[in-house]
Design a binder for this molecule. Structure first.
Ligand SMILES: Cc1ncc(COP(=O)(O)O)c(C=O)c1O
Length: 409
């Protein structure tokens, strides 16, 4: 988005402010459909990446489905008008109550634990189910976002396939889908192929008469650093489509191929606008203090993630090195440490890039600071505004949900 537009939005709506480019999200959706050229491709956007309502409505209108990871996400997607057959529920460690709630909606369950599979079969013999396997491929942009391999809690181990089949047989369950998700921000294209191979080998080595689709999760990375290369998605997409078509031939029938992209669809569409209100020299360190903080964009603190930061109001200033900090009472509350930036002055507006995925959605109100407002821009117009809670809203929410209690233990 152009700097002038961001300056206008900050002026009008105040800061901190999340700005999303709605056109870009749809472009990303269409790009991925073009790259993975398969007639039965289905994209189910990973709602956890960003639950902004206007963006979701745009995706729904474009024909996209949803990957939901909690009953709340399922209910929200249904509320927005996504039909149950466009949603997959990929939870881990779900409770019986959560399982039952989602089962009643008709949304397909993606189950990644033997114990849950058994409980599901016992509760609803004959139910249709998708099975989540651990592809035994380790990749992602941080150890905390790798979901395959030995160290994660996700999916059923490939070597447990006979136990899976025994449960499925016992409860006459219909296995309509097989699933894997390797990680978020997969670095090597080979990892996609290795994980696909692993899941396809499950499909071919055993008999799944009801199989309708294979779901290869998300993980399409986008560059965060200025010098970071992007994956060649044209080549990767063509390779994926080719591999799947070859698999279908070997398998002897047509199947649907699903992906659940989150980051790829929304990361680059978002910018967090934050204003610098305090400059401070702390011996060797120059600190720029902003009106946002890590609960509003936690990736640098949680994953050591790098986000490019632009000084939108002094782009040509003389370069200095800054710690760019938030307004939260925590030492680790930094968006960037020792970052070369054009001179920052009090009052300057900073734009934190790639703030569309896993930023607002991972946010919280630590220190009782409300999450920023959000705007969605499309075709040069603001099409949606979600206001920031006031301090009074935060207090009202606490008082509304707190009751005195006289339970004796
Ligand atoms: C099951 C599942 N599918 C899809 C995704 C989306 O991943 P990404 O945003 O990297 O595309 C995730 C996130 O890690 C996930 O856990």
């Amino acid at each position: 988005m152009q700097t002038e537009q961001l300056l206008t939005l900050a002026e009008h709506f105040g800061t901190p402010l999340f700005v999303y480019d709605g056109d870009m999200v749809i472009e990303r959706y269409n790009d991925l459909r073009r790259f993975i050229d398969h007639p039965r491709l289905e994209l189910q956007y990973a709602l956890k990446a960003n639950f902004n309502m206007a963006l979701l409505n745009e995706l729904k209108d474009a024909g996209c489905g949803i990957d939901a990871v909690s009953p709340g996400e399922v209910e929200y997607a249904l509320h927005l008008g996504f039909s149950p057959d466009k949603i997959i529920y990929t939870a881990n460690n779900m409770t019986d109550g959560e399982f039952e709630k989602v089962f009643q909606t008709g949304v397909i369950m993606n189950i990644g634990e033997l114990s849950r599979l058994r409980k599901a079969g016992a509760a609803h013999p004959g139910m249709s189910v998708c099975l989540r396997f651990n592809p035994d491929v380790t990749d992602g942009d941080s150890a905390k976002t790798m979901t395959g391999g030995d160290l994660t809690k996700f999916g059923i181990l490939l070597e447990d396939i006979d136990q899976v089949l025994a449960i499925v047989r016992e409860y006459k369950m219909k296995v309509v889908g097989l699933h894997e998700h390797t990680g978020s921000g997969i670095q090597k294209p080979e990892s996609f192929h290795a994980a696909m191979k692993a899941l396809m080998s499950v499909a071919t080595c055993k008999n799944f008469p009801d199989l309708e689709f294979l779901d290869f999760g998300g993980g399409f990375k986008v560059p965060y650093r200025p010098d970071e290369a992007s994956i060649d998605y044209v080549t990767l997409g063509a390779g994926i489509a080719e591999r799947f078509k070859a698999f279908e031939k070997e398998y002897g029938r047509e199947l649907r191929i699903k992906f659940e992209p989150g980051k790829f669809m929304v990361a680059q569409c978002g910018t967090l606008l934050t204003r610098v209100n305090t400059l401070k020299r702390n011996r060797k360190r120059l600190i720029a203090g902003t009106d946002s903080g890590f609960p509003q964009l936690i990736r640098p603190v949680l994953y050591d993630a790098y986000h490019q930061i632009f000084n939108l109001t002094n782009p040509d200033g003389k370069e200095e090195i800054y710690d760019i900090c938030g307004n939260i009472c925590e030492t680790g509350d930094r968006f960037a440490e020792q970052r070369p930036m054009p001179e920052i002055r009090e009052g300057d507006l900073l734009g934190i890039a790639n703030a569309g995925a896993y930023c607002y959605s991972m946010g919280g109100i630590y220190n009782l600071r409300a999450m920023p407002a959000e705007v969605v821009v499309k075709g040069g117009k603001v099409i949606s505004f979600r206001r920031r809670d006031t301090d009074r809203d935060l207090i009202d929410n606490i008082t509304r949900t707190t009751e005195t209690c006289d339970m004796v233990l």
